[in-house]
Design a protein around this ligand. Structure first.
Ligand code: X90
Length: 275
C-alpha cells in the first residue's frame, strides 16, 4: 500500500523525508517573470525583484492535472491545501481527486482544506505522517485530521496588506476602513479560513507582543510551533519569547518559499501552533 502526502507549495516545504511527499507549486507572475514555487526558486531573489517591479503581479493555483500528476501511483493520498476561501487550489485538488478515483476506484484520496496556509499546513503534514508511521489506517487518519485541524492555529505579522488587496484576497473596503493598507498588522486565520486582522502595530515590540497575545488567546500553552518568515531577526525574537512561555516547546523556523513570500512580503512572519 503506497501512501503519499501531497500539499501545495504554500506549505513552504520543498521536501519532507518522513513519508513519500510531493509539493505542487503555485506560480507568481510579475511582468516578464514567472516564478514557479518549487525547490529551484530563490525566494530572496524573487523578493528583490518584486521590490523593484512596479507593475501588476498575480498568482495562480495548481490546476487539476498538476495535482493528478503529484498523486502519482499512490494507493492512498492525503492532500493538504491552502484555505479554499483564498485560493482555488483546494477546488482544483477536489477535481483531481474525482478524476483519480474514476480511473482507480480502489484507491483513496483525502483532500484536507487547511482553512489556513504555511506553517499550520506543516503541522497537519507532520501529524498525518506520524499517524501513518504509527500504523493508523487511512480511515482513522481521515477522522483524526479533522479533529486535529480544530486545535491548530495560524497567526502572522505582515508589513502591509498590499499584495493581498491587489489580488483580491482581502477586500479593499476592509483594509481601507481599518487603515491597514500601508501599516504593519497582526492577524489570524479565521475559523472559515479568511484573513482576520487583530491589530495594527507601530513598532517592533508591539508586533512581538501582538503575536504572543494572539497565540495565547487561542490556547497556546507549549504545543508544537512552526514559523515561516521573511524576517530572520523577528523569527529569532519570537522563538525566544515563545520559549519564555514554554521552554521545551518544539519550534522550527525557516525561510518562507515563493507563494507565502509574495503575499507576506519582505519582513513578514507566519506562526502555526498547536492550541
Ligand atoms: O490561488 C492563488 O493564486 C493563491 C492565493 C493565496 C492567497 C493568500 C495567501 C496568504 C499567504 C499571508 C498571510 C496569511 C493569511 C492567512 C489567512 C487564512 C500568507
Amino acid at each position: 500500500m503506497a501512501f503519499k502526502i501531497v500539499a501545495d507549495s504554500s506549505c513552504d516545504l520543498t521536501r519532507f523525508s518522513a513519508v513519500d511527499f510531493a509539493s505542487v507549486p503555485l506560480t507568481i507572475m510579475a511582468g516578464e517573470r514567472t516564478f514557479v514555487d518549487d525547490a529551484r526558486l530563490d525566494p530572496r531573489e524573487m523578493l528583490d525583484y518584486l521590490a523593484t517591479y512596479k507593475g501588476r503581479s498575480t498568482t495562480a493555483c495548481p490546476n487539476p492535472d498538476d495535482w493528478r500528476a503529484a498523486f502519482g501511483e499512490a494507493d492512498e493520498v492525503v492532500c493538504i491545501t491552502i484555505t479554499s476561501n483564498l485560493s482555488g487550489a483546494c477546488n482544483s485538488a477536489r477535481i483531481a481527486r474525482e478524476d483519480y478515483l474514476r480511473q482507480h476506484p480502489q484507491r483513496k484520496v483525502l483532500v484536507v482544506d487547511s482553512l489556513s496556509t504555511g506553517p499550520e499546513m506543516v503541522l497537519l503534514i507532520e501529524k498525518v505522517a506520524e499517524w501513518h508511521l504509527a500504523g493508523y489506517t487511512f480511515e482513522a487518519i481521515e477522522r483524526m485530521v479533522e479533529d486535529y485541524r480544530q486545535t491548530t492555529h495560524l497567526t502572522f505579522a505582515l508589513e502591509s496588506l498590499r499584495s493581498l488587496v491587489n489580488n483580491g484576497r482581502v477586500s479593499p473596503a476592509v483594509a481601507a476602513l481599518a487603515g491597514l493598507l500601508n501599516i504593519r498588522i497582526v492577524g489570524i486565520a479565521s475559523d472559515v479560513g479568511t484573513l482576520q486582522p487583530v491589530n495594527k502595530c507601530r513598532g517592533e515590540k508591539r508586533t512581538q507582543q501582538g503575536l504572543i497575545n494572539a497565540m495565547k488567546e487561542r490556547g497556546f500553552k507549549g504545543g508544537k510551533v512552526r514559523i515561516a518568515h521573511n524576517n530572520p531577526a523577528l523569527a529569532e525574537i519570537m522563538t525566544s519569547l515563545i520559549r519564555e512561555i514554554a521552554p521545551d516547546t518544539d519550534i522550527q523556523a525557516y525561510q518562507a518559499r515563493g507563494l507565502v513570500s509574495f503575499y507576506a512580503e519582505d519582513g513578514g512572519i507566519l506562526i502555526g501552533y498547536e492550541g
